[in-house]
Each structure stands twice: as C-alpha cells, then as structure tokens.
Ligand binder design. Structure first.
Ligand code: ADP
Length: 163
C-alpha cells in the first residue's frame, strides 16, 4: 500500500494545488493532505477550520484522499501515518532552491522517507495562494484560479471585497 503525505499551508487551496493532488492521487494508493496549522512563514488569512472546509469541499471527487491538520515536521506526519513519500509541487526555478533544501533536511531526519516532486501544469505555473488573495482583495474575479468553495468562502468572509 503506497501512502504519501502532501503538506502545505493551503491558504487557500488553488487549482495549482488541485492539479498536484489529482496527479499524485493517481500514483499512490492513499494521499494524506496535511494542513500546516502554524506556519512560521506567514500568518494565514483563513483559519484552520476554513482551510479544512475548503479542502474537504474541493476534493470530494477523490476516493483515496484524506485531510489532516498538523503542526511541526512533515516527516513526523509521514511517520505517524506510515507514509514513505512526501509530495511537493514545483512551479518555477525559484521554488527549486528552497524545496531542495527542505527535502534534503527531511532526508537527514528520516532516510526512509523520500520527496516526490510534481512539476506544475504550465497554466498554473504563476499561481499561488498569495496572488489569489491579492486579486480577491481588489474584487477581481478569481474563478479561473480557485475551486468554487474557495470563492464562496471569500465572499462570506469579505462580502465587500469579492465581486
Ligand atoms: P507551503 O507554505 O508549504 O509552500 P503552499 O500551500 O503554498 O504551502 O504549497 C503547498 C505545495 O503546493 C508546495 O509544494 C507548493 O510548491 C505547491 N504549489 C502551490 N501552488 C502551486 C501551483 N500553482 N502549481 C504547482 N504546485 C503548487
């Protein structure tokens, strides 16, 4: 049984994330999406409950996916679930350096766990949660970039912002 974890902030989930999820779900038996609760990088816009809700609603079509909230190291999430693979997405060269560093650190922490990278589809190469949040803050239509449950969440949270 091939299990993998796909960790991220998912603040919010975009079609770029979904593209990676869809492709990863085809090569593993079970994919566990891990929502990082306390990202040290940035303060999330959406709460854990909101991010979880958007992910659940956006991944209903997949039968081999589950979602967990976690805190701390990805290798610990993988170990806890008996997974030997970590999935990450690569958009551009800029992602490469930090992703390489993270995967090598994880390799040092647990050599039995490998990182598998999926390169993004070209149409989503520019797409990030940060860009979507910026667009939404100006009332720009984001329907090309995020699944419906994310648009609903934006409009509930910021009724004046999203058109
Ligand atoms: P993190 O804060 O851990 O980078 P993100 O939610 O921003 O969390 O991203 C989670 C993973 O999804 C990362 O591996 C990231 O490179 C990947 N990812 C994000 N956006 C895209 C995209 N448009 N195409 C492909 N992969 C993406």
């Amino acid at each position: 049984m091939k299990k993998a974890v796909y960790p991220g902030t998912f603040d919010p989930i975009t079609f770029g994330h979904l593209d990676i999820i869809e492709r990863a779900a085809k090569v593993v038996d079970e994919l566990i999406i891990g929502i990082l609760a306390n990202s040290k990088k940035k303060i999330p816009l959406f709460t854990i409950e909101e991010r979880l809700h958007m992910l659940q609603e956006s991944t209903k079509q997949f039968s081999n996916i589950s979602i967990q909230v976690f805190d701390g190291m990805t290798v610990d999430l993988a170990r806890k679930n008996g997974a030997r693979l970590i999935i990450r997405g690569l958009r551009a060269v800029t992602d490469f350096e930090s992703e390489l560093q993270i995967s090598q650190a994880n390799q040092q922490l647990d050599s039995s766990i490998d990182t598998m990278f999926f390169t993004t589809s070209l149409e989503y190469a520019f797409l990030s949660s940060a860009i979507v949040k910026e667009m939404a803050s100006y009332g720009t239509d984001i329907s090309l970039f995020v699944p419906k449950p994310v648009i609903t969440m934006f409009s509930q949270k910021f009724p004046d912002l999203v058109s």
